[in-house]
Design a protein around this ligand. Structure first.
Ligand SMILES: Cc1cc2nc3c(=O)[nH]c(=O)nc-3n(C[C@H](O)[C@H](O)[C@H](O)COP(=O)(O)OP(=O)(O)OC[C@H]3O[C@@H](n4cnc5c(N)ncnc54)[C@H](O)[C@@H]3O)c2cc1C
Length: 483
């Protein structure tokens, strides 16, 4: 340990106390590898401040000693954004101890939460007030408010409610110089210049440390109907989506798609899973319609009429409405099991991509055969949030491939090709999982130079010493071009 670090650690220990700072390797270890197991780093210590004031004081201390800070919530992120590099010269700043729901205001339909509040806890707290927080995702038992804000997380309800950006009404963050930016009280109208909270939403801890947020709540769902439909093509799935949007309007809460091969992967992977329809179909759509209040014409009747009209228009080959909550849950379980089921099939390169919503069917019809032809033996599948123009595009290795070897030999080239195709179609190489360290080089390679320069200018203005989340998202100096 060099002298500057030991002085820093002494001061940090005095500031945070024994509960707030540890260097115990066993306590640190689980937080030094990302959820997907792709990245493992090292850290000087794990800091767990208990208040915004402690975060601010710690940031000032880090700045004085030139120590980097890697903010971390539930460590469920998909891009290695919360994993430090291997140098061991940064601290891991966990917000998990700051887990108070400061207030829920049912009249204003708002919850003010500290950064470490876990999404599932927020769901339960809102429900206890007859409300709900309308964002959910598979990692809800771990993901925290701070992480959700910092990655601008999405999930399966974006179609109706938007991603995190649409749900953050107010924010509190500690800036890289230790200043506390506090804008927790939402105003419906406020035109006093820049909307500064947006700087921290989706910036992956590179511009500030989110310590609290005021979030939008909506009325609890009074009734829901979940539908499983089989369609002959992804273009037909898109036509069905347009039909449902027109028929259900604001009641359409979710519209997810998966090809037959993904359904079969789930059926082989989850012992309790059953195919919702008797026959195979090229594509399947999982549709959810909800009512915030029980109306005169029941939601179920409206959903039945919607699907009957889809049959008449030739938009679906077959469909079934869940007859019970248990059946509805079973249908959603299939969707949520696609990623682990695909992973169990063997090595795969996973891409979280978006193109303009209306172009996704044409993109998939082009990208799947292109990739499979250029990388013989691979199998490409796209599944997910068709209504958001966001598909998880997995390219599965040829049978028998050895993960590390295949990823090094072919995987990187596949990802570059997928990202090239996405860019040619004016899409995004990260629709909802962020850039982190996973896609930083690809952002550098493919990002709009003007946008990258603007991001660097913002980073330079707020964090000229690059102490906040070093090596993630964007660096002040562009990295040299890689072959
Ligand atoms: C099974 C599963 C399913 C998932 N499904 C989805 C999905 O459908 N949609 C989706 O968008 N994501 C999904 N995710 C990814 C993940 O849950 C989200 O990215 C989530 O927002 C991460 O929250 P976290 O608290 O775990 O953040 P972490 O993983 O700890 O951190 C993520 C990033 O945010 C930064 N950060 C964390 N907290 C703060 C803070 N307080 N201040 C500043 N920066 C901070 C970190 O430095 C890092 O860059 C899924 C994850 C899992 C495990």
């Amino acid at each position: 340990m060099t002298a500057p670090f030991s002085a820093f650690l002494d001061e940090a220990a005095a500031l945070l106390g024994p509960r707030g700072l540890t260097r115990d390797a066993d306590l640190l270890a689980p937080w030094l590898t990302d959820w997907r197991g792709r990245f493992t780093g090292a850290a000087l210590a794990l800091a767990s401040p208990a208040s915004t004031a402690e975060v601010a004081a710690l940031v000032r201390l880090c700045r004085a000693h030139g120590v980097g800070i890697v903010p971390q919530g539930g460590n469920s992120g998909m891009s290695g954004g919360a994993t430090p590099d291997g140098s061991g010269t940064a601290i891991l700043l966990s917000l998990r101890r700051m887990n108070a729901i400061r207030a829920i205001d049912p009249a204003a339909r708002q919850a003010t939460c500290e950064a470490g509040v876990v999404l599932q806890v927020l769901h339960e707290a809102a429900e206890a007030q007859g409300l709900r927080f309308p964002l959910t995702l598979g990692g809800k038992g771990s993901a925290t408010v701070g992480g959700l804000v910092s990655t601008n997380a999405g999930g399966t309800q974006v179609l109706r409610h938007g991603s995190m950006r649409a749900l953050v009404m107010g924010l509190e963050a500690v800036l890289p110089d230790g200043t506390v930016y506090s804008a927790l009280t939402p105003l419906k109208k406020d035109n006093r210049g820049f909307d500064l909270k947006q700087l921290f939403i989706g910036s992956e801890g590179t511009l500030g440390i989110v310590t609290a947020a005021t979030l939008r709540l909506v009325p609890q769902v009074a009734e829901r109907v979940v539908i499983w439909a089989g369609v002959p093509s992804i273009t037909a799935a898109r036509a069905l989506l347009l039909h449902c949007e027109a028929a259900a309007g604001d009641a359409l809460e979710g519209f997810e798609v998966l090809p037959q091969s993904c359904l079969e992967a789930v059926l082989g992977h989850v012992p309790t899973a059953r195919a919702p329809l008797a026959d195979p179909h090229a594509w399947h759509a999982l549709i959810e319609v909800v009512a915030d209040a029980v109306g005169a014409a029941s939601l179920r009747e409206r959903a039945e009429a919607m699907i009957a009209a889809a049959f008449e228009a030739g938009l679906v080959a077959d469909a079934t409405l869940a007859a019970s909550e248990a059946q509805a849950e079973a249908m959603w379980l299939i969707r949520e099991s696609v990623a682990p089921a695909e992973r169990a099939k063997g090595p795969a390169m996973q891409h979280d991509i978006s193109v303009p919503v209306e172009r996704m069917p044409a993109f998939l019809d082009m990208a799947v055969p292109t990739i499979e032809a250029e990388f013989p033996g691979t199998h490409a599948v796209g599944f997910g949030h068709l209504g958001d123009g966001n598909i998880h595009f997995h390219v599965i290795a040829p049978p028998g491939a050895v993960r590390a070897e295949w990823e090094a030999r072919e995987g990187k080239a596949i990802s570059r090709r997928v990202h090239d195709l996405v860019s040619e179609w004016h899409g995004s190489i990260s629709a909802e999982h962020g850039i982190g360290q996973l896609k930083r080089d690809e952002l550098e390679r493919l990002g709009d130079p003007a946008a990258l320069a603007l991001m660097r200018a913002v980073k330079a203005a707020l964090d000229p010493g690059e102490l906040l989340n070093p090596g993630k998202l964007v660096a002040l100096a562009p990295s040299p071009a890689k072959p």
